[in-house]
Design a protein around this ligand. Structure first.
Ligand code: ATP
Ligand code: K
Ligand code: MG
Length: 720
């Protein structure tokens, strides 16, 4: 879903921005923008000159100094206004996402489990780590993780999606967001953020100028602008002794005034880009919100413009991720009920959606309903490393998991005595060759089942048991559980679009090769990496980055978190775990793996807008140099009159017209800074040429026309 864009000049936002632009006159805020700080100091200086002139000791007529001063202050205010308007718009977008984040009363639990006593507590007093009970009709008081229970949740306040979603403990659907509502059942939630520090709060903080850190590109550009400012400062300052010297030597004309020098300086330094730079950055964040992406780093938005490779997790990112057991496929000589019951026993304590769905399917096959109340049962939880889970019962161990993991487990049992049974796979799994298992321990029929399920794009889980007699363990494969998952709709065309944008897509999954290949083909990704551990995912990113490429990663699971933290652009699915969201630098509220298309476009658009306005601003300043120098110094050097090609009425009106043009151009360009230049998927060289032509040439021509028009208007008004 995409949100409705605010009108560019919403009256209420304009009014707020207007007030805000005065508040931003605080020197501590001005100091953050070196170019505009020079204008600020210049305005203070000419204000003092004007007061002096009013007292009768002016270096020039008071009206002249006054008018210049007024327009210098306007220049500062216009830049403040641009920034305030961008911030106001982004804040309004973010506020619409905060949904009903008002005073929510929370049921704070005394102990972290269902049934513990609870006390009613205001939501804002909750801290990270607090545990709350949320029941039917309650609003989530904080961002957090479901640690017990399952509920259907209305997240429309955040995502705009009206269909309720299931949130449950374990697995990759455990994250909940403050402000959403539980529609049925209950969940126990551990809060993951202190008040004011949820990811939405962080984004809003980023939008507000004070907390916004400059991105590396912005810093580089600011250094360039400061250097230019220093050059022009030097030029202007040295003009004064020259002018005095010339007047003294020729005993004619008048030296240039300080007011004119300040005006000249402001016209020459890159105020246009200096004044709009921060608005461009903030507007980029606002556009992200419009695309339903919450960005917590400006640097990431910028990097998105140059992404080369997109890595995606499979389950929950490319597929819906709700892997459900759909069939039991017994091994030869094993009864359906025997397999179903073993799978059920191995899943009783498995809190993942996969595990729970196995218990449900087993019941449908008529396995006994009562849980294994065996007090001696010790459960082995699933981990992305072992790729299996199960239970150890007296005299019997059951495991279920990926085919290679179970095969290794069986092989370990058959290993010669003295070689210990390995719970964890060896460091280098390939060195350990479990391929030579006797056919009765690893039947060909099971291999066939595994392949068939995988080819259908499903995930096969092999179920096996070891019966302990004395010191010997007899492994026996019982069969296969088919887990079905569905590829999200409409993503094939979108991956093709990413390819046209020059971005390679690679799916990385913990699943087996065949399943990965089937899903990769169905989704239309360029490449895939199967049987990946969290470390493999991380390594692949590091390797790609070492090749000098910018990597984007899209993921949803806790095991994706390290990779998300390492990627340059890390988009976590909103449907994913809290750990993934914390590790990423963007959250896609639509949980759409191809959202990167929009993210990249917004990044490119931001970089292009900044480039275009920088080109325009510098071309502008160079043109102004030639437009006003003759006018400003004609009193000192009458010969310069020949250079006055623009035939401006008088030196005073030339200076005034230049200062007014310089201030107004900021206002004129605010819409461009906020909306961004249009992005077209053309080659970088073509775009650069086109923009140089448009904004470079435009920047040179505009001041000549603008200054001339303002000069004529001032003359008509009799102001010069
Ligand atoms: N509850 C479970 N019990 C036993 N084995 C499981 C369980 N869930 C998954 N597996 C097995 O472990 C493998 C890895 O699962 P996992 O969900 O960690 O993959 P992943 O790395 O997140 O990959 P992706 O999310 O991209 O598919 C699965 O392919 C499956 O064979
Ligand atoms: K300027
Ligand atoms: Mg996953």
């Amino acid at each position: 879903m995409t949100r409705k864009s605010l009108p560019l000049f919403d009256p209420a936002l304009m009014r707020a921005a207007l007030l805000e632009s005065f508040a931003k006159l605080d020197p501590r805020q001005q100091w953050r923008n070196p170019v505009m700080f020079v204008v600020y100091v210049g305005s203070l200086f000419t204000s003092a000159l004007w007061v002096q002139a009013l007292a009768g000791h002016g270096e020039a007529p008071a009206w002249f100094i006054g008018t210049v001063t007024l327009w210098l202050w306007f220049t500062v205010l216009f830049a403040n206004f641009a920034e305030a308007l961008a911030e106001g718009r982004a804040r309004a977008q973010a506020a619409s996402l905060r949904g009903m984040k008002k005073t929510v009363l929370a049921k704070k639990l005394a102990a972290p489990h269902f049934g513990a006593a609870w006390t009613q507590t205001p939501g804002e007093s909750l801290r990270r780590g607090d545990v709350v009970l949320v029941e039917t009709g309650d609003l989530l008081p904080c961002d957090g993780e479901v640690i017990e229970g399952m509920a259907s949740v209305d997240e429309s306040a955040i995502t705009g999606e009206s269909a309720p979603v299931i949130r449950e403990s374990g697995g990759d659907f455990s994250a909940v967001t403050g402000g959403t509502m539980v529609l049925s059942d209950w969940i126990v939630v551990r809060c993951s953020a202190d008040p004011g520090e949820s990811f939405l709060d962080r984004m809003i903080g980023l939008v507000e100028g004070a907390k916004r850190r400059k991105t590396p590109n912005e810093i580089a550009l600011t250094i360039l602008l400061v250097a230019l400012t220093l050059v022009f400062l030097l030029v202007t300052v040295t003009l004064l002794p020259f002018s005095i010297y010339a007047v003294n030597a020729s005993h004619a004309g008048a030296p240039v005034t300080l007011t004119v020098l300040v005006a000249l300086l402001v016209c020459l330094i890159p105020t246009t880009i200096g004044g709009l730079l921060s608005a461009i950055g903030v507007a980029g964040m606002g556009r992200m919100l419009l695309a339903n992406v919450v960005a917590t780093s400006g640097r990431a938005i910028e990097a998105a413009g140059d992404v080369d490779v997109l890595l995606l997790d499979k389950t929950g990112t490319i597929t819906l991720g709700n892997r459900q057991a759909s069939a039991f496929l017994p091994a030869p000589g094993v009864g359906m009920l025997e397999l179903a019951d073993a799978a059920r026993l191995a899943s009783l304590a498995d809190e993942t959606p996969e595990g729970r769905s196995i218990v449900v399917l087993a019941r449908q096959h008529g396995t006994p309903d009562e849980p294994a109340a065996d007090p001696q049962a010790s459960f082995v939880a699933f981990s992305a490393h072992t790729r299996m889970s199960g239970v150890d019962l007296p005299g019997r161990s059951i495991r279920k998991g990926s085919a290679d993991a179970i095969k290794r487990w069986c092989a370990d049992a058959l290993a010669p005595p003295g070689q210990p049974l390995r719970a964890e796979p060896p460091e280098d799994a390939s060195r350990h060759d479990p391929a030579r298992l006797p056919d009765d321990a690893w039947p060909a029929a099971v291999v066939r089942h595994v392949e068939e399920v995988a080819r259908r794009g499903g995930t096969p889980l092999v179920v096996a048991e070891q019966v302990h007699t004395g010191t010997a363990r007899h492994p026996c494969v019982l069969g296969v559980v088919e887990l079905k998952d569905i590829v999200k709709s409409g993503i094939k065309e979108r991956f093709a679009q990413l390819r046209r944008m020059g971005i390679r897509t690679v799916m990385i999954t913990g699943d087996n090769r065949l399943t990965a290949a089937a899903i990769a083909a169905e989704a239309g990704v360029d490449d895939f990496l199967a049987e990946a551990t969290p470390e493999n995912k991380l390594d692949l990113i590091r390797k790609t980055q070492a090749e000098g490429r910018l990597v984007a990663m899209t993921g949803d699971g806790t095991n994706d978190a390290p990779a998300l933290a390492q990627a340059d652009v890390a988009v976590a699915m909103h449907s994913g775990t809290q750990a993934a969201k914390e590790a990423g630098n963007m959250v896609d509220l639509d949980s759409n793996p191809t959202k990167l298309i929009e993210v990249v476009e917004i990044g490119k658009q931001m970089l292009m807008t900044r480039g275009a306005l920088t080109t325009f601003s510098i071309a502008n300043d160079i043109a102004k140099y030639f437009a006003i120098i003759p006018a400003a110094f004609v009193a000192t050097y009458p010969q310069l009159g020949a250079l006055n090609v623009m035939h401006l009425t008088s030196p005073d009106s030339a200076i005034l017209a230049a200062v007014i043009f310089n201030a107004l151009i900021i206002v004129v360009l605010i819409p461009l800074a906020l909306k961004g230049v249009r992005y077209r998927p053309l080659g970088a060289a073509v775009l650069l040429r086109r923009n140089l032509l448009l904004y470079g040439l435009g920047g040179i021509v505009a001041p000549f026309i603008g200054i001339k028009l303002i000069d004529m208007l001032l003359t008509v008004l009799g102001l010069s």
